[in-house]
Design a binder for this molecule. Sequence first.
Ligand code: PGA
Length: 253
Amino acid sequence: MKMQKILAGNWKMHKTRDEAREFIQEFQSTHAALNPKTRCVIIPSPTLLETLQETVEGTKLEIFSQNCAYEMEGALTGEISPLQLMDLGVGGTLVGHSERRSFFGETDETCEKRAALALEKELDVIYCIGESLEQREAGQTQSVILKQLAYFSRAVKASESQGSDARAIVAYEPIWAIGTGKVAGPEQIREAHQWIHEALEKAGTPAAILYGGSVKPSNFKEIASIPHVAGALVGGASLKASDYYALLDVLES
Ligand code: PGA
């Protein structure tokens, strides 16, 4: 099956509402005439979701959340529920970003629960996986990735059994390459994406696979040409509209 290309910009904890609107205006003024085949996703802080959702109406841009709770409502301070995302018209969510895993105690188990509920509610999910530097140096990259993927595949199967048609996407992000300027080498990316592709096929849960970690316009051409790389999850380089559409141009060329 030919996978659709996806460019996802993770804004992390950046931008005010005015800055977010400026970004969209600038993006639109450059790409308004185009009808990109690529899915273009922006993933902002919760405070920007409503503003952005309104601003992108009628455009090719989609808005996803950075996280999504594993309950529809309840006593979960600081969380955002699938119900609340659906209320805003938000189409999807990140799950298990390494910053959530490293700084906020997110585990494989909670990631599986978050992904399963989001998918069941027809929210698309970009599910992040990736090894730390210590794990890579200890030769554990493949086993770490396969373990994380087992949780992903379980979530996808659970939602499919509920009749969900939502898209589940995997983002491979080596933790040591995120925000460090250190991009993984082409051979490291090729090898990891091959493992992921095979594991997903074997589990019966094929999915588009994005690469993430210090992607920028100058290195993206090579990364995007690697087999089983369907696009990118981009942090730093998604904050400037000119960089974001330069990445989109690479993906569409
Ligand atoms: P980066 O972040 O592109 O700034 O390395 C990627 C991510 O965290 O998703």
